[in-house]
Design a protein around this ligand. Structure first.
Ligand code: ADP
Length: 303
């Protein structure tokens, strides 16, 4: 099967600044591909270019076999989009929102009618079909937005921060929904600021910074090749005095706020020393995608 989305040498400038700067991306069919990056990295612009909503200065995009932006209309008919902010119609019920979106895609009523029960089931909203949008919880609204994006039975679903603002229970339900989509052969392109979400859902990840893809790989590959395997997070009043000792015991130390992150292959000597320091607290854990992300994109605030 060919890639649902391939991007080659994509560039876009705003006011003389390269916001997307030579991006290459190929998404494998049936996979969840994560596009991660700090604020302002160029993620949304890349997605908008890929969907043919804005025009590139250079580069080539093929979306579901169509050259973009010329083939935008035909390609977008096979794409579902879950935007960052819910744009549900508050005057409509859950069911009416699905119908309104179906009309937007030019689907006939019988076709939408046949799809709605399955979508309500998928979103866990079968009992809420006649509820109006303002009466739904945040999690239900997100799940409705996800169900709505599937009304045209898309091959590719683009999700821009699908779980921002949700409580942990609602996030788990959305994750379950997304995994069901890839199990059905759909391809997902996801942006998120939650590294645990990306690690859990994505088969492949591209990290973008300052308009360029800086690394790409599976979460496991990225962790294995870019970071020491063990981390000891240390915090407490006496941290400043202990920092020098940590530097001798670990491969690499980093400070973020009030926490010292000690990266190492073998945490035992660090833990043995920390156990002699009752005023310091620590947490020992395996390295994760957030460690990779922070190492590669830095710990400075971006906006
Ligand atoms: P991300 O989604 O990774 O946070 P964006 O793609 O939204 O990043 O933005 C990348 C950069 O491009 C930012 O500095 C943003 O201010 C700038 N930018 C995005 N859209 C426009 C626009 N329409 N006009 C001018 N600058 C823009």
């Amino acid at each position: 099967m060919t890639s649902p989305l391939t991007i080659t040498g994509l560039s876009k400038r705003y006011g003389g600044v390269a916001v997307v700067d030579g991006v290459d991306l190929a998404i494998a069919p049936g996979q969840c591909h994560g596009l991660l990056g700090p604020n302002g990295a160029g993620k949304t612009t890349t997605l908008r270019l890929a969907l043919g909503l804005i025009e590139a200065d250079a580069g080539e995009i093929r979306l579901l076999g169509h050259k973009m932006p010329e083939g935008g209309r035909a390609a977008r008919a096979r794409v579902g989009v879950v935007p960052q902010v819910d744009s549900l119609d508050p005057d409509f019920t859950v069911r009416e929102n699905l119908f309104a979106y179906g009309r937007y895609f030019g689907l006939d009523r019988a076709e939408v009618e046949a799809r709605v029960p399955g979508l309500l089931d998928f979103a866990g909203l079968a009992g809420k079909a006649d509820a109006r949008v303002p009466s739904l919880s945040g999690g239900m609204k997100r799940r409705l937005t996800l169900a709505r994006a599937l009304i045209n039975d898309p091959d590719l679903v683009v999700l821009d921060e699908p779980t921002t603002g949700l409580d942990p229970q609602a996030r788990h339900l959305v994750w379950q929904g997304l995994r069901r989509l890839t199990a059905r052969g759909k391809t997902l392109l996801l942006t998120t600021h939650f590294m645990d979400e990306a690690e859990r859902l994505c088969d492949r990840i591209s990290i973008i910074d300052k308009g360029r893809i800086i690394v790409e790989g599976s979460p496991r590959e990225l962790i294995r090749s870019h970071i020491e395997p063990q981390v000891v997070e240390v915090y407490g009043e006496a941290l400043a005095d202990w920092r020098v000792c940590a530097q001798d015991l670990c491969k690499r130390c980093e400070t973020a706020g009030e926490t010292l992150f000690c990266y190492t292959d073998n945490p035992d000597p660090v833990i043995a020393e920390l156990d002699k320091q009752p005023e310091l607290r620590y947490l020992h854990r395996p390295a994760n995608l957030e460690d990779v992300f922070l190492k590669l994109t830095g710990r400075d605030l971006r906006d």
